[in-house]
Design a protein around this ligand. Structure first.
Ligand SMILES: Cc1cc2nc3c(=O)[nH]c(=O)nc-3n(C[C@H](O)[C@H](O)[C@H](O)COP(=O)(O)O)c2cc1C
Length: 372
């Protein structure tokens, strides 16, 4: 029987990994003029990281972005470097896992191998890496880093070479590799990480999901209700099992708390009324929509009109508990990455009111609060 590697996460033993998607870019994950200001600063993210650790959450993750979506809110026009950031946050925390993101097209694998080996030392074994292939030409062409003639699936071929090179550099004294995209000539890389960093990807295409099943430890599934997530999760696990591997599955969720459900819904409605249409157009460009389609009403626009960029739960802590219970029971995923309109207000509510009940309902599956 195949035994998955242990990473010090609840999911090592069938539990739920709960984490935070750090707001490292201004505006967070709500495309609205009417939301609380999130400046994407280090000062703010430092407080979020500490609050996440105090709440007993398992991981914090930062994305990687080189170009924002614009609009009145200048959505994501400013974003921190996720590697420098996570190294700093590793120093102000001691338990929560610190997962960074790297675009395979912007970093040579030998450089990335060393960065992660360093983050693994700094964090005392808490490092993780979200591997992204890049999909928005404008984001990379602006700095001469868009590989022309390398299409979506080929960018995953490039990612295969990239991560295989990194794994070899982490374990072998000298690596020689004559790939299509990367060449290493008796390449040496020390320090080796004491334990391998946790590797994740959020590819939602067939090729992206296959890449994750083949090479990585976890996948972020995109969108959908609990039933759709259940199907996607089962498929990802079956694909990995066929390859003699195991993969953990996560989804994302925006949580809007209110003193009453009606109040939380009214807050969401207020966000929706302030939708930043131009930022939405910028987001569509980034997702690969052609100019001719942008500005038209389609399924993507309809979904985005809420202002939320992920599935959302609106309500009192009791309502959030019910919905998370339903999600855990139906979707059978291994965890959740949370987004809040106002992280510093919401994380203590989640830690004090939601997590204790989830620990009771799912004994041994949601991590107990550590002290000290
Ligand atoms: C949780 C999550 C995190 C992501 N982080 C990034 C990121 O930091 N940078 C980026 O360019 N894309 C990011 N993406 C996009 C994915 O890497 C991926 O390209 C997208 O889901 C489309 O899948 P595909 O590449 O298989 O077509 C993220 C997506 C999700 C769901």
């Amino acid at each position: 029987m195949f035994t998955p590697t242990a990473f010090g996460l609840p999911s090592d033993t069938g539990g739920k990994d709960l984490g935070i998607f750090l707001p490292i870019a201004n505006g967070g994950w709500i495309l609205s003029r009417n939301k609380p200001v999130l400046d994407g600063s280090y000062a703010y993210n430092r407080q979020v990281a500490i609050a996440a650790e105090e709440a007993g959450l398992d991981f914090i993750m930062s994305m990687s972005k080189f170009r924002g979506y614009g609009g009145d809110t200048e959505h994501w026009n400013s974003s921190l470097d996720p590697i420098v950031l996570m190294a700093a946050l590793a120093e102000v925390t001691s338990r929560v896992k610190v997962w960074t993101t790297i675009h395979t097209i912007v970093q040579n694998p030998a450089v990335a191998a060393k960065m992660l080996a360093t983050l693994q030392q700094v964090s005392n074994g808490r490092a993780g890496l979200n591997i992204v292939t890049g999909s928005y030409k404008g984001e990379f062409a602006q700095m001469g880093m868009w590989p022309e003639g390398v299409d979506h699936d080929a960018r995953y071929d490039l990612a295969y070479e990239w991560i295989r090179a990194i794994k070899a550099l982490w374990t072998e004294d000298s690596v020689t590799m004559d790939g299509k995209y990367f060449q290493l000539d008796q390449c040496e890389s020390w320090p080796k990480p004491d334990t391998r960093p946790f590797l994740v990807c959020a590819g939602s295409s067939k090729k992206g999901m296959r890449f994750t099943s083949d090479e990585l430890d976890a996948i972020f599934l995109s969108g959908g209700d609990s039933e759709e997530l259940a199907r996607a999760s089962a498929q990802a696990k079956a694909d990995a099992a066929e390859l003699g591997r195991s993969v953990r599955t996560y989804s994302m969720l925006t949580v809007v708390f209110g003193d009453t459900d009606a109040e939380a819904k009214a807050t969401a409605e207020h966000f929706r009324e302030g939708l930043d249409e131009d930022a939405l157009k910028g987001m569509m460009r980034a997702y690969g929509f052609l100019d001719a389609e942008i500005g038209k009403e389609n399924a993507f626009v309809k979904k985005s009109r809420s202002g939320f960029m992920t599935a959302a739960v609106l309500g009192t802590p009791a309502t959030v508990i019910e919905q998370l219970t339903e999600l855990f029971e139906t979707a059978q995923t291994d965890g959740l990455m949370l987004i809040f309109p106002d992280y510093l207000k919401a994380i203590p509510i989640f830690g004090n009111e939601v997590l204790p009940v989830l620990r009771e309902r799912f004994p041994g599956k949601v991590k107990e609060l550590a002290h000290g």
